[in-house]
Structure formats: C-alpha cells, structure tokens
Design a protein around this ligand. Structure first.
Ligand code: ASP
Length: 590
C-alpha cells in the first residue's frame, strides 16, 4: 500500500495542536505493548512523538502492527490529544497521537547498536554502519551546526563583496610539506594529477586576474599520518584579497569569527583578539597554538640557573641552551605515579628526563633536591615564583625543544587536574604572528618554508634573508582557538624576483623552480597586485562550535586514523583491466 505522506514532522506538535488530525512518517524509536494499548514513539530528525494504538477504539489496527520493531519505518494518521502522563523532558512530551490508521513503510533488521545519544559501542562498528550512527540525534545536531556555518560563511563573504570561484580538483603535483594524493591520467599515461592540498596557487593567480576578493568553501587533500583532529580530506574556507596588508586580513577574520560566535553560540567575543608573537607563544606556552584557557605560563630561569649547582642546569646554560620551568599551582599533591606519567610524557616530546621539585609545607623535595644545597633549592623556588603547595617541572637544553616539552607538560598537567572539564564551555582566541619564515630540515639538509614558499618575509627582515635566514620572520598569522589552529594565512610574495630568491634560498635550482612553479613565476611578471589571505579549517571550526575533540563527529563519512573508510572498505584494490588502461603496474601490495 502507498504510504500516507506526512503532514507534519515528529518534533513539532504542541498542546495548541490538540484536536488536529495529522500524519507522521518516521522510525520506530521504541514500542511498548500493554496488550490492549500499544505505544509507538515515532522519530525523525526533528524529534519524537508518542503514538497510541488503542485496540478498544480501533480493533483492526493493533494486529496490523504486531510485528513492528525498533527502526521500522511507519506512517501514522491520528488525532493530537493531551497526554495523561506528560513527559516534560521532550518538547513534544505534553501531547500524543491517538492512531486512526497506521501502515508499515519498511521493515528493519535488528540494528547492530541502539539508536541512542549515549552510546558505548566502539567506534569501528559505528563507522561500519555510519548511516545508522548518523541517525543519532547527537551527531545530527553537529551537522546542523555545520550547515549553519556554511550559510553564515556564504552570507558574510557575499556581504563583504567576495566572489566564490571554484578551483580545480585535478591539479599539478607540487609537494611542499605534506604528500600529495595522486590521480593517474589515462589519456596521458605515466602522468599524474594531484588532488589539491589547498587552492593556494590558484587563488593567487585569481588575484593576478583581478578578482581582488575571492573565497571558496573547498575540499583539500593531504596524505599525512592522521591524528584524531585530522582527516585525509578536509574542508577549508579559503580566502584571498588584493591590495591589502596583514591588518586587513586580521580585521576581516575577526568580523567573521565574531559573527559566527554570535549567530551559532550567542556568544559575544571581545575584539580585537590578543596577538602573541611566535617567540612569545613558545616562551610562555611552549606551543605555537597555545590553549589560553589553561592556567600557568612557562618561566625562563636560564640566567639564575647558571649558578644553581645542579649540573643538568649548569651544563645546559654552558652549552648555550636554556632552563625553563612550569609551576603547576597547587599540584604538590601529585603522586609518584602522576609524576612518572609526566616524565614519560616529557620523554615522548624529546626530553632526556624531567627534573622536578615539590614545595610542600615549607619543605622542598624532588628529583634533584638531594643533589644541591637547601639555599640553592630555595633560590630556585624563588626564581620560578613557586608558592607552597606547588609542583615545579623543568626542561633544560635547546630553546625550542625545552619550550615544546614544557608546553606538552602544561597540557598534561591540565588533563591530570581536570582543568579541561572546567574550561569546556569557554573560548580563548588569539592570533599568533611573526612566525619564522623558514626552518631548517635536518632530513632534507636545506631550508624549508614554515608556512609555504609563497609567504612574504616581514619587510624589516628582508636583509636577514642573505645574512641569517633563520631569524627572518614571515608576514604570517594563525588564528588559534582553544589550542587549535583554526585558520592560518599570510601576505604573499607578489614580485617575481623575490619569489625567485626565496626558491633559491629553499635550495631550488632555477630549472627546478621553473619546472615546479614556472606558471606562478610567469604570472608574477604580468602585473601581480600585492595580495594575501587566509584559510580556515572548516571542520575544526565546527569541532570547536559543537565542543568535540574528534573530527569524525563533524564529518559525515570520515576515514579512520589509518585512512580507511570502514563502511565501504576503501581504499580497495582495483581490477587489472583498470590498471592496464592507466598503464600502471602495482609493485607489491602489503
Ligand atoms: N593555503 C594555506 C593553507 O592551506 C592557507 C593560506 O595561506 O591562505 O594552509
């Protein structure tokens, strides 16, 4: 029998609708059979409505639905009436439908897990049955926020005069940083396209064309080792503007973010946001994406450590390194086990060990307390600014490593102290600026661009490019939200000769630069305007807005951390005939 089309959704009926006859379509959320009366809670993405089949009133209906089980699809026609036993916990809880007619639209196998918000089932099973997982309201809500963000983004940038332009998905492979996903060409055997890591060069070329304000919500692809907050394909809000400087991009971003926070969360952010230089971020928080919700800053005690009497410190200072400390306020009560966990954590970030002290009830104890005099210990406590009741952890050695170790410890201590739960509903946003333009890759034995090779150096630092490239800062900026890099961008090089110079600094011969980026270099000779931009991690923004640490909660059909789609099993081997068409021979499959 044809199903009867719904006249209203399962989430809309209220007491004012009592007396109306309606038709609902949906999934059976629960079924309770009390013999004479059967209750069916019917669900769609808008909510759940209780339907009652009363065999004394409609004797023919009850047998027709005796087989109905959870997740079957049914239609119900009936009268809305007030409930005798209201359920104040759901918006439709004051009314019910007394069924006059009902029909089964489709049956359902027993689902491998219950369709409930609070699900203990392991994630693998959920990913295999992703379409059922997505039936759960908790996940559906995330996609509603995601949808709101699409709408606000398009509206905001349209109002600001931006043009959305699509850039190609089949592009030239120019790996700089992450690895490319390659797509073999059948027509041009032995040649490959790459899926874009970002539309970076296309958006710059659009500036040469004169588009002056470009944006695009765009899929990007990076073949990297995955983590909880990464997916091989992800979405960016990509933005580029001409005739602007860093201040314009920052101001535009702040307007956008303020609007998103206001419209999605009803939160008024205070603008302008705090700005922290890369160097300060590392010195104070041990990270270029500091979580400013967490308490405590790292202190530098290099100067006073030269005479501390503790050989780990004095050796570090003598060899040109630093000594830094993080005071974990009120954490002197940490157990041996907790301190061992911290030490292990420091090691995973490259520390040889983790010197520590506890200052408790006027007494100083710790990993090196016996190695030096009381007076020296007291001097250290004073220099780091610790109070009674505090735990102090140290890192000594090379600057960047020491900062990173203490940054990681700061996070770990916050986890151990349950600080993340306390700050869960707050937002701390900041800009990190003045990044180093280059970093030395020991692996490749050359300078590599920290952001990307098209980023302009700060004008004050151009001379350093020839004298001391390591100190040259970039006109680059990252927007950091709760410890996530939510957006990043830079002012670009718009002069052909400067771009050539940077390529050569990066160890690229003229020929190599021409082969890889000849098209960009050529375009820069035809009147390229000064330009710059930014790209927002769309998935990450949604993560922050819905309050999850797991990117898979905001991507409809995500991959696992090993890049697999458990639902359809991709990547899969392909038929020999497909490989033959492409002229590809697979060496070995592991
Ligand atoms: N294309 C850059 C990225 O994906 C962002 C930018 O510089 O605009 O990180």
């Amino acid at each position: 029998m044809e199903f009867q089309k719904r006249t209203i959704t399962c989430g809309e009926l209220r007491p004012k609708d009592a007396g109306r006859t309606v038709i609902l379509n949906g999934w059976v959320n629960a079924r309770r059979d009390y013999g004479g009366v059967i209750f069916i809670d019917l669900r769609d993405r808008n909510g759940v409505t209780q339907c009652v089949v009363d065999s004394s009133a409609t004797p023919l209906l009850a047998p027709s639905i005796k087989d109905v089980r959870n997740e079957w699809v049914v239609w119900v026609k009936g009268l809305v009436r007030m409930r005798e036993n209201p359920n104040p916990n759901i918006p439709t809880g004051l009314i019910e439908i007394i069924a006059e007619d009902i029909g089964i639209i489709n049956s359902a196998d027993v689902t491998p897990f219950e369709i409930v918000d609070d699900l203990g089932t392991n994630e693998e099973l959920r990913l295999e049955y992703r379409y059922l997982d997505l039936r759960r309201r908790v996940l559906q809500k995330n996609f509603e926020v995601r949808n709101t963000l699409y709408q606000i983004t398009h509206q905001f940038f349209a109002e600001e005069g931006f043009t959305e332009v699509e850039t190609p998905v089949l592009t030239k492979s120019t790996p700089e940083g992450a690895r490319d996903y390659l797509v073999p060409s059948r027509v041009n055997k032995g040649r490959f396209y790459a899926l874009p890591q970002s539309p970076q060069l296309f958006k710059q070329l659009l500036m040469v064309s004169g588009f002056d304000k470009y944006m695009q919500i765009v899929k990007c692809f990076r073949d990297e080792d995955l983590r909880a907050d990464r997916q091989p394909e992800f979405t960016q809000i990509d933005v580029e503007m001409s005739f602007v400087d860093q201040e314009d991009i920052i101001a535009l971003t702040e307007r956008f973010i303020a609007r998103v926070w206001h419209e999605v969360l009803d939160v008024k952010l205070t603008m302008p946001l705090r700005r922290i230089s890369y160097e300060d971020a590392m010195n104070l928080y041990g990270s270029d994406k500091p979580d400013l919700r967490l308490s405590g800053e790292i202190v530098d005690v290099t100067a006073s450590s030269a005479t501390s009497g503790f050989s780990v410190f004095t050796n570090a200072v003598e060899s040109g390194g630093v000594v830094k400390a993080f005071v974990a306020s009120g954490s002197a009560s940490f157990s041996r086990k907790q301190i061992d966990e911290l030490t292990e954590h420091a090691r995973t970030y490259g520390a040889k060990g983790m010197p520590w002290l506890k200052y408790s009830n006027g007494e100083i104890t710790g990993s090196f307390a016996k190695a030096i005099d009381q007076s020296e210990l007291q001097a250290i406590i004073k220099n780091v600014g610790a109070a009674d009741g505090d735990l102090i952890v140290f890192a000594a050695g090379e600057w960047e490593r020491s900062c990173i170790v203490l940054g990681a410890l700061r996070q770990k201590i916050a986890i151990q102290n349950g600080e993340f739960e306390r700050v869960a509903d707050s937002y701390a946003l900041c800009w990190v600026t003045e990044f180093p333009l280059l970093e030395y890759s020991d692996e490749e034995k050359r300078w590599v661009a920290r952001h990307h090779p098209f980023t302009s150096p700060m004008s004050a630092d151009v001379a350093l490019l020839t004298t001391d490239p390591s100190r040259a800062r970039a006109m680059a900026y990252d927007l950091v939200i709760n410890g996530y890099e939510a957006a990043g961008g830079s002012i670009r090089i718009h002069k052909n000769e400067v771009q050539n110079e940077i390529f050569s600094l990066l160890g690229m011969s003229n020929d190599e630069a021409q082969t890889k980026f000849g098209f960009l270099l050529k375009a820069l000779r035809y009147g390229a305007p000064p330009h710059g931009g930014i790209a927002f991690g769309f998935d990450r923004l949604v993560m922050v807005l819905v309050g999850t640490d797991n990117i898979r909660d905001v991507v409809a059909f995500p991959k696992t951390t090993s890049g697999l789609s458990l639902m359809d099993g991709c990547p899969t081997p392909v038929a020999q005939s497909q490989l033959d068409q492409l002229g590809i021979q697979v060496k070995a499959s592991s």
